[in-house]
Write a protein that binds this ligand. Structure first.
Ligand SMILES: [Zn+2]
Length: 309
């Protein structure tokens, strides 16, 4: 169900509420531009049109559509929203291919798509995904959009995907995409734990008054502390993994079975495959990091703690 929530005179949140999760897209009304951040509407086209009419939102005014990143819950209705407006679609170069074609999206999702194509397609169907949509312009770090009464700045924030961007309004309100306080996720083939860590460090350094993210309610209190705790949760996983290796869970397969980073309780097979896939990618990235830092070595398919050698 779609709902319009006023954040302030210039910002409105469009929320799609599902059973366990919400998808948030945002409208920013500036005097020079009207911007839509993300198009993750799960609703049908009819419902979306009815929603804009009911709320008397003149969507023809939207002249820029910004995608925080290529995941379907942020970009799935790009094509439809572009067809209703004269908006230019913009995203970072590194996520561009994934919104322009199914093939690009497949590469971004990784081998999950090759091994279990049928389940992957089920997910596309669930999102009413319509296929690719040409990107009109790519965006870069620190790029400025002058909205007249507001300034919106691109904060390149890779990790969750390689091209993830947040958008900073007037140096204080962050449109965070999936870099708010959502569950940690760097489980796609094209994700990067090291970038993710650097991005959290950058977000900690900003003086934010509000975080508006892809799936949660606005956060105004304790933002810096919350980001710091995210970062330590992420870094703690290294220690957890070292401990487990020491206690006999000394192969990638054994570690993945424990699901210490992605819960795997769903009864739906497509979800479970997805969660297994994410866990494997995430644990692999921690192992690469630990090996690079000289804390473990990979010896004859076994993981060995370096000071135990
Ligand atoms: Zn995402």
């Amino acid at each position: 169900m779609l709902e319009l929530i006023k954040i302030n005179d210039s910002i409105y949140k469009i929320e799609t509420k599902l059973r366990f999760i919400s998808m948030n897209n945002y409208l920013i009304f500036g005097s020079n531009h009207t911007i839509l951040i993300d198009t993750g509407f799960v609703s049908s086209k009819k419902e979306i049109l009815r929603f804009f009419e009911k709320n008397k939102i003149d969507i023809s005014k939207i002249d820029i559509i910004l995608n925080t990143h290529c995941h379907l819950d942020h970009s799935g209705k790009n094509k439809f929203m572009k067809s209703l407006t004269k908006a230019k679609l913009m995203i970072h170069e590194k996520d561009r291919a994934a919104v322009e074609s199914i093939d690009g999206l497949k590469k971004q999702a990784g081998s999950f798509a090759d091994e279990f194509e049928e389940y992957w397609k089920q997910r596309l169907k669930w999102w009413n995904f319509e296929g690719g949509c040409k990107v009109d312009k790519t965006i870069i770090d620190n790029e400025i959009f002058d909205l007249g009464n507001h300034i919106l700045k691109v904060i390149f924030s890779p990790g969750h995907t390689l091209g993830h961007c947040c958008f900073l309004l007037d140096e204080k309100i962050l449109f965070a995409g999936d870099m708010g306080f959502e569950s940690l996720w760097y489980g796609n083939a094209r994700a990067s734990l090291l970038d993710y860590i650097n991005t959290y460090q950058r977000l900690i350094s900003l003086n934010l008054k509000m975080v508006l993210s892809g799936h949660l309610d606005p956060v105004e209190e304790g933002i810096k502390e919350k980001y710091k705790s995210r970062l330590s949760q992420l870094l703690d996983r290294d220690n957890k993994i070292l401990n487990l290796i020491e206690n006999g869970h000394n192969t990638l397969e054994k570690l993945v079975k424990l699901h210490i980073t992605v819960k795997n309780r769903s009864t739906n097979l497509a979800d479970r495959l997805w969660q297994d896939y994410g866990e494997k990618n995430q644990i692999s990235q921690h192992l690469d990091k630990l090996e690079h830092e000289g804390k473990i070595i990979k010896s004859q398919d076994k993981l060995v703690i370096k000071n135990n050698m």
